[in-house]
Every structure is written in C-alpha cells, then in structure tokens.
Design a protein around this ligand. Structure first.
Ligand code: ZN
Length: 146
C-alpha cells in the first residue's frame, strides 16, 4: 500500500510518463512491495510451513512476544531478513550502476526500508532488526565455535 502511494507521488514529481517510462515506476513499486518476501521465507524456514496464513500468524504471535519481552526489558534481534540488510541494498545499488533496472529496484527498496525504520522507531522496536548481513553471519560463525 505504501509502495503504491510512493510510486504515485514519484509519478507526479517526475512529470508522469514524460519523466520516466511506466516500467521504471513498475520496478520501484514491485521492489517496495516484494522486499518483504524475506519475512515469508524467514517464517517458512522457522515453522516449516509455506502457507501464507501460517506466516502471518507467525508474525502476529511474534508481535505479542516482542511486546512481552519489552515489558521484561528483553531487547533482542528476532528474525533475520536478508533483503532488508544494508549489504543487500548496496549489492542492488552496485548492480544498478551497470544494469539500470536494478537502480529502480534500489529506489523502491530504500523507500520501503526508510518506512520500516520510521515505524520501528515509532514503536521503539528498532533493536529487533538486524541491519547487517555481515554482523549476522559473524554471529552465526561464532555460535558455531561455542
Ligand atoms: Zn519490510
């Protein structure tokens, strides 16, 4: 929904179809919506179920857990979401230097991530997101050595 709004605003700002061809808007929109596929993947891997309904229920339960934990003063990273990491954004931006469609995907992703950050900040939940793929990998590796 926010992706659609953003694409609409951009459409006006850049002068409609004279500013940019329609498929650039489509790329921005798709990126800003489908970046959340990593949430579905994370839920699927955790629960072993690939039903969308189960993924939604998983995040509903997690939301309650986050609230409970926060009351107890527990502030931790919950799930890892690959497409939301800084490294993944940089990768798409790099590809965008040589392959233009990726540049528009990057714009959509940045917009989505900024909105995520604002909403997490608003609820004081920023700590629950892992922003760095490298930090996550490092934790996995050092867990393995324990
Ligand atoms: Zn998101």
């Amino acid at each position: 929904m926010w992706g659609g709004l953003f694409t609409g605003v951009l459409f006006f700002l850049s002068g409609g179809l004279e500013g940019m061809p329609w498929y650039h808007y489509a790329l921005i929109f798709l990126a800003s919506v489908f970046i959340d596929v990593d949430h579905y993947l994370a839920a699927g891997l955790k629960t072993g179920s690939w039903r969308l309904g189960d993924a939604l229920e998983y995040y509903q339960m997690q939301g309650l857990q986050v609230q409970k934990d926060q009351h107890k003063g527990i502030r931790k990273v919950y799930d890892f979401h690959l497409f939301h990491t800084i490294e993944f954004h940089l990768l798409i931006a790099l590809i965008g230097i040589w392959w233009q469609p990726a540049f528009y995907l990057f714009i959509g992703m940045v917009f989505h991530t900024l909105l995520d950050i604002f909403s997490l900040l608003h609820r004081d939940y920023l700590y629950m997101r892992e922003f760095f793929l490298s930090a996550w990998l490092w934790n996995k590796v050092s867990e393995g050595f324990d």
